[in-house]
Design a protein around this ligand. Structure first.
Ligand code: AMP
Ligand code: MG
Length: 336
């Protein structure tokens, strides 16, 4: 079922949600696979549909910052971040209240909360009267869905339906900040950058796992950081450097089987591959973020043995793009 993003469409989707069904919804980050966060059976269906490991908690979406207190114990930082960045692509982790079923938080005593900016998402929360537990709408481990078509491709009849809100504006999942304890930590980079958050919390640190593969015995601050993510099914290799150097590397290493290349706009002519897709111009991370998952999904459909991604390191939104690409490649990122 595809619902239009009109009041009628949203009302029907809200009804399905209230009955405990799964409803995919557009947000400004990526599409979410939503369930009533207060209904443990509905939330269990989200984990089943995605094949999501039970130890990876969900984000609960609320329509207004004032609802934080219903589900969590917000501290001063939470109020300040909400004032600055909500509604928007920022998730905060806070001590949870008992009203949130433990399946939502994967047994942790904390809960992730976000107030999305997308008007359809907020209207759905309001009309249904449900806080919505929603991970990204993709099969676990695969690239996130940023269009209604991506969602249907992954879930078809396994959900009640999707509200079509067109392509997502950010295209990357929300920034996640843990506000537990005395030292706030950025667990996942997104469109709200560490630099912006430091305007509110100067002491913010960035979790090591954002840009590095953790060793087996290192502490995992967020379960999501430990799982393979955003990955096409074939071997994927990131190449950091100029298009010229990346093309040279590929020419000397791609010996067997067809391969695909994901590169920057205007640099296609450097490469010769069985399938080439671009994901925005070099130096424009916001544009890259918006197109990243669509490009990865397009290449995942190709019958190739290997995907090479020409990438760049960056800060700001660039850190979020780099973080997703690192995981797409299973940390095989080579400087060329
Ligand atoms: P997703 O909804 O699939 O985009 O992922 C949500 C992210 O938030 C995952 O990386 C989770 O591990 C993380 N997360 C959600 N709740 C918590 C929590 N209580 N503590 C730490 N990380 C969390
Ligand atoms: Mg996800």
């Amino acid at each position: 079922m595809i619902w239009s993003n009109t009041y009628e469409g949203i009302s029907e989707a809200a009804e399905a949600l209230r009955k405990g069904n799964l409803v995919a919804l557009p947000t400004e980050t990526v599409y979410g696979l939503g369930a009533d966060a207060l209904n443990p059976d509905a939330v269990a269906a989200v984990f089943r549909a995605k094949g999501r490991p039970a130890d990876n908690p969900l984000i609960v979406h609320i329509a207004d910052a004032s609802e934080m207190e219903k589900y969590a114990y917000p501290n001063e930082w939470a109020y300040r971040l909400a004032e600055e960045f909500w509604p928007g692509p920022l998730t905060v982790i806070l001590p949870k209240r008992d009203i949130i079923p433990s399946i939502v938080s994967a047994g942790l005593d904390s809960v992730a909360l976000r107030c999305p900016a997308h008007p359809v998402a907020r209207e759905l929360i309001r009309v249904s009267g449900c806080p919505i537990a929603a991970p990204s709408a993709n099969i676990s481990g695969k690239p996130s869905g940023t269009t209604a078509e991506h969602v249907l491709h992954d879930f078809k009849e396994r959900i009640a339906g999707v509200i079509d809100g067109g392509p997502c504006a950010c295209g990357l999942e929300s920034t996640v900040v843990s506000l537990l304890g005395d030292h706030p930590i950025l667990l996942r980079p997104g469109f709200v950058t560490p630099e912006q958050i430091r305007q509110v919390i100067p002491s913010l640190t960035v979790a090591k796992a954002v840009v590095e593969e953790l060793g087996k015995d290192e502490a995992i601050l967020s379960p999501g950081l430990a799982h393979r993510h955003y990955a096409p099914s074939c071997e994927t290799i990131g190449l950091i450097g100029s298009a010229e150097n990346a093309a040279e590397y590929i020419a000397s290493h791609a010996t067997e089987g067809p391969y695909a290349v994901m590169c920057f706009d205007g640099e296609e002519s450097f490469f010769c591959a069985d399938r080439i897709v671009t994901y925005g111009h070099r130096g424009t991370p916001a544009e890259q973020g918006e197109r990243l998952f669509d490009a990865l999904r397009f290449l995942d459909e190709a019958s190739v043995c290997r995907i090479y991604i020409n990438a760049e390191c960056g800060d700001g939104v660039g850190l979020a793009v780099y973080n997703r690409l690192l995981r797409s490649c299973g940390f095989r990122m080579i400087r060329v």
